[in-house]
Design a protein around this ligand. Structure first.
Ligand code: NAD
Ligand code: MG
Length: 390
């Protein structure tokens, strides 16, 4: 039996992970499940999967969690310290699927106990890639990417020498507004931005797909995870979302990973690695699909891509600042305090301002320095948006 824990169990990735585990319940011994606000779901899954502990990040919801778990034998816990304590519990495989910078600390803690870390939380690599990768190395841990694009690249590199890789091409659907006239983007609503043409995901990553902040994050994630240089990383808009990424080798070969837009493939690959097992995903009928399309990304439509290039060039804590400004700008957009295109404008401005402060690029990346840079960037983002919109 493999001991598994799922951080962010109530979210889209978490629920897809649980779906796979439920299909072979005798193979897994569930240690910890975590969530935030959806206590009913968290408790139901923890009871069904006989988890040792269920944790909500929200301390105010501990009484509700305790009530929901009463008599089940599942422990209830709450708060940031409880998340870390859950991550320290020995497990063979840990899914990191909390959304946002809050996912970094539990993932770092899990690495200390030598686990295999299935990493959906791309924010960990964007904010603190070198720290996370070094910690994994130190403890002899394997990190397996669970972003579909990065799982695709990982699979394309099996048996290959990374030194023979010329380029990595990350595909992008183009998101909700890929065909919306640019002049209309200023007035799009949160509801419109929350509809993805191909993937069914959490709201935050869906809006980030419309702005391509998600793709910007993924370019940085590619650099940090695979250790390639920024000029080896490309993006292409591929509206069908069936080619997840391509790896180009120096003999001119391009290896593409093709599959349906279903995260259970990347999750299942990470769950069973290094084996492959049958997964309940659709088998593509290529004749029926007929064609795959590609177009160059328009950086006027997607300014986030240029910001990502800058973040990669500067390094250090620039990623932590970028991510925090992006998360805060998204909160402002969802809260109706700024428009869709104001997000990129604010993030760009905050990255600018913070880069002029001494040492951001060369700062040592620690959990504390990331935390401080994050807090400062969020405050500046709120201030900037209040000033420009007020
Ligand atoms: P989601 O919003 O559906 O779920 C997020 C989970 O995190 C929930 O369990 C929630 O309770 C928990 N959470 C939220 N705030 C928290 C906090 N402050 N502290 C602790 N827990 C908190 O998100 P998702 O779409 O499942 O995405 C999760 C992660 O996976 C993100 O980093 C996302 O970028 C990445 N990812 C998601 C997909 C996808 O298909 N959904 C694909 C690739 C990568
Ligand atoms: Mg992705």
């Amino acid at each position: 039996m493999r001991r598994v824990s799922i951080f962010g169990a109530t979210g889209s990735i978490g629920q897809n992970t649980i779906d796979l585990i439920r299909r072979a319940p005798d193979d897994y011994d569930v240690v910890a499940l975590t969530g935030a606000t959806n206590i009913e779901q968290l408790a139901r899954d923890a009871i069904n999967l006989r988890a040792d502990v269920a944790v909500t990040s929200d301390e105010n919801r501990l009484p509700a969690l305790r009530d929901a778990l009463a008599g089940s034998g599942v422990q209830a816990a709450a708060g940031e310290a409880a998340l870390i304590e859950a991550a320290a519990r020995p497990a063979d495989w840990v899914m990191s699927a909390i959304v946002g910078a809050a996912g970094l600390a539990p993932g770092m803690e899990a690495l200390k106990q030598g686990t295999t870390l299935a990493l959906a939380n791309k924010e960990s690599l964007v904010t603190a890639g070198p720290l996370l990768m070094a910690e994994a190395k130190r403890h002899g841990c394997t990190i397996l990417p669970v972003d579909s694009e990065h799982s695709a690249v990982f699979q394309g590199l099996i048996g290959e020498d990374i030194k023979t890789v010329e380029r990595i091409i990350i595909t992008a659907s183009g998101g909700a507004f890929r065909d919306t006239p640019i002049e209309d983007l200023a007035n799009v609503t949160v509801e419109q931005a929350s509809c993805h043409p191909n993937w069914n995901m959490g709201q935050r990553i869906t809006i980030d797909s419309a702005s391509m902040f998600n793709k910007a994050m993924e370019l940085i994630e590619t650099k940090e995870f695979f250790g390639v240089s920024p000029d080896q990383i490309e993006t292409i808009v591929h509206p069908e979302s069936m080619i997840h990424a391509l790896v180009g080798f120096y003999d001119g070969a391009l290896m593409a990973h093709v599959g349906p837009p279903d995260m259970r493939h990347a999750i299942g690959f990470a769950l069973h690695y290094p084996d492959r097992r049958k997964l309940p995903v659709e088998r593509l009928d290529l004749a029926k699909i007929g064609q795959f399309n590609f177009r160059a990304p328009d950086t006027a439509r997607y300014p986030a891509l240029d910001i990502a290039a800058r973040v990669m060039a500067e390094g250090g804590l620039t990623g932590a600042v970028f991510n925090a400004a992006k998360e805060q700008a998204l909160d402002e957009f969802i809260g109706g305090r700024c428009g869709f295109i104001d997000m990129a404008q604010a993030v760009n401005r905050v990255v600018d301002v913070m880069l002029t402060r001494e040492g951001l690029q060369n700062a040592t990346i620690t959990l504390d320095s990331v935390h401080d840079a994050d807090a400062m960037a969020r405050a500046l983002t709120v201030e900037h948006i209040a000033k420009t919109k007020g």
